[in-house]
Ligand binder design. Structure first.
Ligand SMILES: [Zn+2]
Length: 139
C-alpha cells in the first residue's frame, strides 16, 4: 500500500508539472493581433481517433485578441507528454497567405504513466484538423 501511494504521488506531481508548463506557455504567448495584425480570425475544426472510436468534431475559434497558442491537449486522459501543436502549420499558412489547410497529427506522448516509466507504447491518438484563416484584405 505504501508503495502504491508513493507511485501515485509521483504521477500526480508529474501531471501537475506538465499542466503548469502548458499554462505558463499559454500565459506567455502574445496576442494574435500584436504579431499578425492582418488576421481577422482563425478557425480550427478538430476531431480525434482514439481507441478505434471517432470523437465528434469540435471547433475552436480564435479572435485577434486571443493568444498565439495553438497547442491542443490529447483526449486520452492518461496520456503523458502528449498533445498536439498546430503552430508550425498555422505559421506556414500565414507566411504564404493561404486560407485553408487540412491535415493530421499523431500524438507522440506515452499511453499512460506505466508506459511512460517503461518508455514504451506511444499514445498514437490521431488528430484530424482543418485550419481556416480569415485575413483583413486592407492590412
Ligand atoms: Zn496522447
Amino acid at each position: 500500500m505504501k508503495l502504491k501511494a508513493k507511485y501515485m504521488d509521483k504521477e500526480s506531481k508529474l501531471r501537475a508539472n506538465i499542466q503548469n508548463d502548458f499554462w505558463y506557455s499559454f500565459q506567455n504567448s502574445p496576442q494574435i493581433n500584436s504579431i499578425h495584425p492582418q488576421i481577422e480570425g482563425i478557425t480550427l475544426k478538430l476531431n480525434f481517433n482514439y481507441d478505434e472510436s471517432l470523437k465528434e468534431e469540435f471547433i475552436k475559434l480564435y479572435k485577434p485578441s486571443d493568444k498565439v497558442f495553438f497547442r491542443i491537449e490529447c483526449i486520452n486522459k492518461d496520456c503523458i507528454y502528449g498533445g498536439f501543436n498546430l503552430s508550425t502549420e498555422i505559421n506556414h499558412l500565414i507566411s504564404s497567405k493561404k486560407t485553408k489547410f487540412k491535415g493530421h497529427q499523431t500524438c507522440n506522448g506515452y499511453q499512460d504513466y506505466e508506459r511512460y516509466l517503461a518508455k514504451n507504447y506511444h499514445c498514437l491518438c490521431r488528430l484530424n484538423y482543418i485550419i481556416e484563416i480569415k485575413y483583413d484584405e486592407k492590412k
